[in-house]
Write a protein that binds this ligand. Sequence first.
Ligand code: BG6
Ligand code: MG
Length: 215
Amino acid sequence: MQTLKAIIFDLDGVLTDTSEYHYQGWKRLAEDEGIPFTREENDAYLRGVGRRESLAYLIRDRQYSEEQIQEMMARKNRYYSELIKAMSPKDVVAGGFELLEEIRHAGIKTGIASASKNCRIVLDLLEITQYFDGIADGNSVVNSKPAADIFVFAAGLVNVPTIACLGVEDADAGVEAIKTAGMTALGIGPQDRFHRADRVLPSMENKRLKDLLGA
Ligand code: BG6
Ligand code: MG
């Protein structure tokens, strides 16, 4: 990596545990529809994956009309919205505020690259929107992770070349996107989840800038 000039964070499962709420939303939808769905499948196939792609995995070769697909995506999003509405700053990962302060004090830009259309709602509930120089979310690009687009777009928003960015992700599809974008990739979670991460940390809790940099 060139001198680090920006850190681009994924949101769900990195800065807060909304990945659990996404799972619970899909689980409830799967139960409505009588589709078997486990936490293990969620981890292996849905983590970090967009809304439509997630539903496609769930229904597989079951036949639904486009109208039914739209209704199911909207229903899952209602379930998810119910789960997140009580979120507050206490749901930021432990040490998250201190970490974001430290990064900004170090003169490093901060960005978000989230596949979620709920991204700004969650950032506002957590009261961390103001910590980011650029926010790329589920409305920003056409090609979703593992395509590089959202990380490239986020790098543009913070005005830093991708080669000088560190991307932080809890999903393998996200790490793939980061690497394809030409950034250094930090994976958050079990080592065996990631194929192309430059470094992996088991969790984001109580991390300082030096932990993210591996210095
Ligand atoms: C990602 C989550 O950040 O956003 C996925 O990790 C989710 O679980 C995806 O499916 C899309 O989110 P939303 O809020 O637009 O349905
Ligand atoms: Mg994530």
